[in-house]
Design a protein around this ligand. Structure first.
Ligand SMILES: [Zn+2]
Length: 363
């Protein structure tokens, strides 16, 4: 079974907003949450340490995320009105990952360097030859950079172990974002310079196209999209969340990576959370997005999975073959049936992200 790297999960947001405990199995969490407001708000969970083991999940990009108050639901605990408030919440979420990995090193390990990554991969190889479960690597990822009040703070974030930053979610001080279009702002250009100085990897997820295209031109460091799908396959999608072929080509030219999202609304035009039937979407619809990127690239080396599982949707809004994250392994036979080799399938499930991390993380 190939290993999985998932480039987007809002773990801390779930832990702090809903009290979810990811040491538990997804099944156990579902039993506990049955009939609760959490399920109404965020669907049934797809994640848990036992399912990471079942699915051979080696590394998860674990986000620092809070919504600006203007876009938050009234139940959302972690929304912010101004940068100082965002700063407090994002620090708190980073502390969650340090605590989770510090208290449970047998289950989760913090990744901020190539040597951290190699250690996680080595313990996984050990267990695959007969051990009792392995620690899953958590790589922190900042989603939305409004929490950065002054660029000197970037060095503190680096010291806390952050290596990946996505400036946008909705629009931020730095650039246009989802449902709030716009270019890079002057502050956005300064942010990119400061990030590049320290060696951060830039995540273009949620960035509006003009900001993304300019970033591709000017950012000298590594560039990825941790979670995004292909606009070409979603021609009727009503807002600016997906990646145009121009942006995809730009990422490919920069030898970047794209994590595709198995969220039904992002796979099939017109599929609505809470209204549409999940049987209408299959993992083949996700394979179509993978294939679109591979066709543009001319290889299978620039695409992976960024599930965004539990990030505002749950089981109810995923393709019909999915019960938990472990079912992402079902992509393998589908990819083989479309002419991909075993080696390609393994690269798409995790190998490509591992390769990217080896290039982009400090030693
Ligand atoms: Zn997102």
């Amino acid at each position: 079974m190939p290993l999985i790297v998932d480039s987007h999960q809002d773990l801390a947001w779930n832990i702090l907003s809903f009290g979810r405990d990811y040491l538990r199995s997804a099944q156990e969490t579902r039993r506990i949450e049955k009939g609760s407001p959490t399920v109404e708000r965020n669907g049934d969970t797809l994640l848990g340490w036992p399912e990471y083991q079942q699915g051979n999940v080696a590394v998860v990009f674990a986000t620092l995320f809070s919504a600006p108050a203007r876009w938050a639901y009234d139940w959302e605990t972690y929304s912010y009105r101004e940068p100082k408030e965002a700063d407090r919440q994002y620090r708190q979420q980073m502390d969650v990952y340090h605590r989770l990995t510090g208290d449970h090193p047998d289950k989760f390990r913090f990744i901020s360097s190539v040597s951290d990554l190699d250690e996680v991969l080595a313990s996984q190889r050990e267990v695959n030859s007969g051990g009792q479960g392995y620690p899953v690597g958590l790589l922190p990822l900042m989603e939305g950079a409004d929490c950065i009040n002054d660029f000197g703070e970037l060095e503190e974030w680096w010291d806390r172990g952050l290596r990946f930053i996505g400036p946008a979610w909705a629009g931020t001080r730095f650039c246009g974002g989802t449902k709030e279009p716009g270019p890079l702002t002057p502050d956005g250009r300064k942010l990119l310079v400061a990030m590049a100085d320290l060696g951060f990897t830039l995540d273009l997820s949620h960035m509006d196209e003009p900001a993304a295209l300019e970033s591709l031109d000017i950012y000298p460091g590594h560039i990825v999209v941790t979670h995004g799908n292909c606009l070409a396959l979603l021609p009727k999608h009503e807002f600016n969340r997906h990646l145009s072929d121009r942006v995809i080509r730009g990422i490919l030219e920069r030898d970047g990576m794209i994590g595709v999202v198995p969220f039904n609304t992002f796979l099939k035009d017109g599929w609505l959370v809470g209204k549409s039937n999940r049987d209408e979407v299959s993992l083949m619809d996700l394979v179509a997005h993978i294939d679109h990127i591979c066709q543009l690239a001319g290889d299978a080396r620039h695409v992976g999975i960024g599930s965004d599982f539990d990030g505002g949707f749950g089981l109810q809004s995923t393709p019909k073959e999915i019960d938990t994250i472990a079912d992402l392994q079902k992509l393998v036979p589908l990819l083989l049936s479309c002419g991909y080799s075993e080696e390609d399938a393994a690269a798409i499930l995790g190998g490509n992200w591992i390769h990217m991390l080896h290039r982009s993380l400090p030693v």
